[in-house]
Ligand binder design. Sequence first.
Ligand code: FMN
Length: 219
Amino acid sequence: MGCGNRIVKNSSIGLSDSAFRSTLHAPGTGVCVSAFCGLQSPPMKKILAISGSLRAASRNTALLRYAQAHAPEGLTIELADLRDMPFYNADFADPPPPVQRLFEQLRQADGLLLACTEYNYSIAPALKNALDWASREKDNHLLAGKATALLGAAGGMGSSRAQYHMRQVAVFLDLKVLNKPEVFCNAFGPSFNEAGELVDERIQTLIQQQLQALLAAIG
Ligand SMILES: Cc1cc2nc3c(=O)[nH]c(=O)nc-3n(C[C@H](O)[C@H](O)[C@H](O)COP(=O)(O)O)c2cc1C
């Protein structure tokens, strides 16, 4: 193992071979070989993934679960839960707890991954509502400037109409939406198995490319 010009051997630091190897490859710890050099690997970047569908068997949420399970090194993906979120209403004295939870997740997120469920040629209300709540925070600081990627599953057009509406909304929210790759998935074809998991290799590849692009956009 190299530390600059210095060579460190596992025997010299008192670890067995297997412990030494697992230290080198400890996933998700943010600490690897560089720990022995007094260096830390770059901090993990965090993505908040939000699905426009609330249903348990949602194809859109399945896309996000695939992304979560296949996040590239250096990226973690957390899923928001919008099921208890009330509609935006300015009469609330304070944002209710489900909204506060979303705000906290947004505060910690370096970027966003939005699954744009398409209802009647547009953005499903749960997703728009979550963004509406967030946009009312001071100076739109929870959203402004955030690198954002869109994807979605719907009928024959693969949620493209909802995604293009989302791009319009994103202009006012000052979200920095990636142009490519575009991820339009058919919710009704063979892209999902009986358990509702994404099995379409073309879409899987697009999502992996999209996550790489998102990581690069976050910087
Ligand atoms: C109220 C409603 C409106 C819909 N409108 C459209 C539509 O305009 N375009 C489309 O492609 N699919 C439309 N669909 C089909 C959904 O995209 C499809 O059911 C999709 O699987 C929903 O996402 P989910 O699986 O994540 O819940 C609609 C479904 C519902 C319930």
